[in-house]
Every structure is written in C-alpha cells, then in structure tokens.
Design a protein around this ligand. Sequence first.
Ligand code: SAM
Length: 200
Amino acid sequence: MASEAAFFLGQFLRSPVTTGAIMPSSRYLAAAVATPILERGDPVVVELGPGTGPFTAEIQRRLGGRGRHIAVEINPRLARRLAERHPQVELVVDDAARLPHLLAERGVPAADVIVSGLPWASFTAGVQARLLDAVLRAMRPDGAFTTFSYAHARPLAPAIRFRHRLHAAFEEVVPGRTIWRNLPPAFVYHARRPRAAPVT
Ligand SMILES: C[S@@+](CC[C@H](N)C(=O)[O-])C[C@H]1O[C@@H](n2cnc3c(N)ncnc32)[C@H](O)[C@@H]1O
C-alpha cells in the first residue's frame, strides 16, 4: 500500500496536470462511482483514467466475470502496473478523448456505463470539452456516467466550468454525498440521459 502511494505520488510529480491527484482514491469513493453497475446482465463498462486501479478493483468485483471492462489510461507507467494487477481487464494505453474510435476498433458500438477517474478540474476548457464530447459519443442513450470531484475544489473556476458542462451534456446530473473517507474528501456526480448535441 505504501509503495503504491509512493508510486502514484511519483507519477503526480512527473505529470501533475494529467495525474491530478497526489494519492489513489479510497475504496469508499470506488464503491460510490461503481454504483450504476447492476448485478445482472453483461454490461460494457468503460473506465477512464484507472491509475493504479482502485475503481478497477471495485468494477471487477461488481462484474464478477460478466460483461466487458475496458480501461483507458494515458500514462504508460500506470498502465503497466494496472495490467500486472488486473490482467483480465481490457486495458488501452491511449487518450480518453479518442474513446469512440477506441470502442469501434474493438467492435463495441457503445458503453452501458462509463466510470471516470479523470481529473476534470486540472484540465483546460478545451480538454474538458473534448473529453466530455468523447464520453457522450461513446455511451448508449440509456447509459450511465459517473465521475468524481474533490469537495474543496467545488468553488474553483475549473470545477464550476466542468459542472456547467456536465449539466449541459446530460438531462440528469445528481451529486452524491461527500465521502469523507477519501483523501481529500470527494463526491460523485451521477449523470444519465446524454443530450444528443455534442458539447462545445
Ligand atoms: C486523479 S487520477 C485517478 C486515478 C484513479 N482512478 C484513482 O481514482 O485513484 C487521474 C488518472 O487519469 C489519467 N488520465 C489523465 N488524462 C487522461 C486522458 N486524457 N486519457 C486517459 N487517462 C487519463 C491519469 O494518468 C491518472 O491515472
């Protein structure tokens, strides 16, 4: 656990904007982002920015061998570690902004659930728009999208901008309760019913 935290911190020091956090999320936050994964069926679950894999482990546990779990990680060092730990996950080392193309290459028309670990508040307006547009284009109309935000960042401009984008992109956006057993405390956005128009 200590070495995992140290490894993750090392990735933050190398690429602070892309990594966006100094330590991996807790299992409590992981449980909250994975709630749309139901106990039945064979869903296609896409995970964006798995890092060292706290959300990955929870998604795998909930799937219990059902469906497909495709994870897209841009950092090859994090991806290598994730692949060792979760060989059963279909790991793609690429930019999540290419998600519709990545799914098409794998014969997947659309995702049922997209779970994001991306650090939205670190991103510029342009990067936020590109990534959210990719999410909208890659999910089923009846699909679910979950993502998290740090509670302390809620009043900051990039977080506000992302919240507005999220409301523009989905008909339903419900913020969850603050998860205090995460460092730093965080909350989850549960989004459904993507609007047809791309985010600009
Ligand atoms: C805040 S960390 C979260 C890691 C993990 N999900 C967790 O909660 O501990 C953000 C992760 O997103 C990855 N990432 C950032 N931008 C990305 C992009 N455009 N495409 C795919 N992964 C990206 C980073 O490399 C990092 O692993």
